[in-house]
Design a protein around this ligand. Structure first.
Ligand code: FAD
Length: 315
């Protein structure tokens, strides 16, 4: 059975959940091997977790020489690894970096690429979601090594194995790949809340907040949830774009999604309609979001949310 390379998305060794989802999908195509850019130490630690979740092998690519640069060196290193391993496919998390590295790798290897997949089946058939979730498109790469970027929350995380075996991979990086250097990097101020796409609970606010997100944030903190926002709230400058849920924002699929002062436009639904349980608070009983919910409250979020938060905090 051929190897399937899964490019690990991590911050300083802390692996983000979508990578584990990729391992689940990779098992449908062959034997998953993770590709970890980082130090040997961090790679060794990562191999424990990656192995448990399905990686039979972990290629550690020492990034000392390349971590100060943008994505081109990673694409170059991956091209060399693809040449060495002739994998059945390479999977990436669909983010800014994953998509750019995949695109560059497609050029280097003369391969076909499919981005923003929401499912990958045995045989390499890939599902994409189009027109705000109204259509699904099935496609397959027909040239070279299939390069597939997958949206977070597209597959379950499955515990299957033991620690993956570590293999150091020494890539040769050309000067041509080192043309764009990182000059400064500033971590976002830590909110203490879970990452939006990884959270089990998401509490979102829309135009109905009138710009006051305190009730939304209060409920989120009581539930240990991430905070999300509609595009109307983002466009009004109330929340940064990184909080936006929807077609042009992030796709979330938590256990519980609470939409507050959000009408339920199709583009918002595209980012949250696969949530397991959906709750909405809206003062308009005709709001389209109520077509989607498991539980709805018709009322003013500025009174409903503080009351709910108080009750939850008592428990
Ligand atoms: P509104 O539609 O204005 O709804 C506000 C709701 O709040 C209303 O239902 C109202 O009854 C309720 N409300 C008001 N006051 C209160 C109160 N005090 N208490 C309780 N309820 C109250 N949108 C996204 O969200 N994400 C996207 O990624 C996205 N991408 C888009 C891409 C394209 C190409 C386009 C054209 C649009 C996109 N949109 C997106 C915008 C989308 O069409 C809607 O305009 C947007 O989702 C509306 O946001 P909203 O529900 O907060 O505001």
């Amino acid at each position: 059975m051929s190897e399937v390379l899964v490019v690990v998305d991590h911050v300083d060794g802390a692996i983000r959940k979508p990578t584990f989802e990729l391992l689940t999908l990779a098992r449908r195509l062959g034997e998953p091997s993770a590709v970890f850019f980082g130090s040997s130490d961090k790679g060794g630690e990562a191999a424990q977790k990656l192995g448990q979740l399905g990686a039979e092998k972990v290629y550690v690519v020492d990034d000392t020489e390349i971590k100060g640069y943008l994505v081109a060196p990673k694409a170059e290193a991956l091209a060399q690894l693809v040449e060495k391993t002739s994998p059945a496919a390479v999977l990436f998390v669909s983010g800014y970096e994953g998509k750019e590295v995949a695109a560059r790798l497609a050029i280097k290897t003369g391969s076909g690429i499919i981005t923003d997949a929401v499912d990958v089946e045995e045989g390499g058939v890939v599902t994409q979601s189009a027109f705000a979730g109204n259509y699904t498109v099935k496609g397959k790469v027909t040239k070279g090594v299939p390069l597939i970027t997958v949206k977070p929350n597209s597959a379950p995380v499955e515990e299957v194995g033991a620690a993956g075996t570590v293999e150091e991979f020494a890539a040769t990086i050309s000067d041509a790949a080192k043309k764009a250097q990182i000059v400064a990097q500033q971590p976002r101020k830590a909110s203490g809340r879970p990452e939006l796409t990884e959270a089990a609970i998401v509490v979102s606010g829309g135009r109905g907040t009138g710009g006051n997100f305190e009730p939304v944030e209060g409920l989120a903190d009581a539930l240990g949830a991430a905070v999300g926002a509609s595009r109307a709230a983002v466009d009004s400058g109330w929340m940064p774009h990184t909080f936006q849920v929807g077609q042009t924002g992030k796709v979330v699929s938590p256990q519980l999604y609470v939409a507050n002062g959000i009408s339920g436009a199709i583009q918002h639904r595209a980012g949250m309609q696969t949530s397991k349980t959906i709750v909405a608070v809206n003062k308009d009983e005709e709001a389209p979001i109520f077509e989607l919910v498991d539980f709805g409250v018709v009322g003013d979020l500025h009174s409903v949310l503080p009351a709910a938060t108080e009750e939850i905090n008592k428990r």
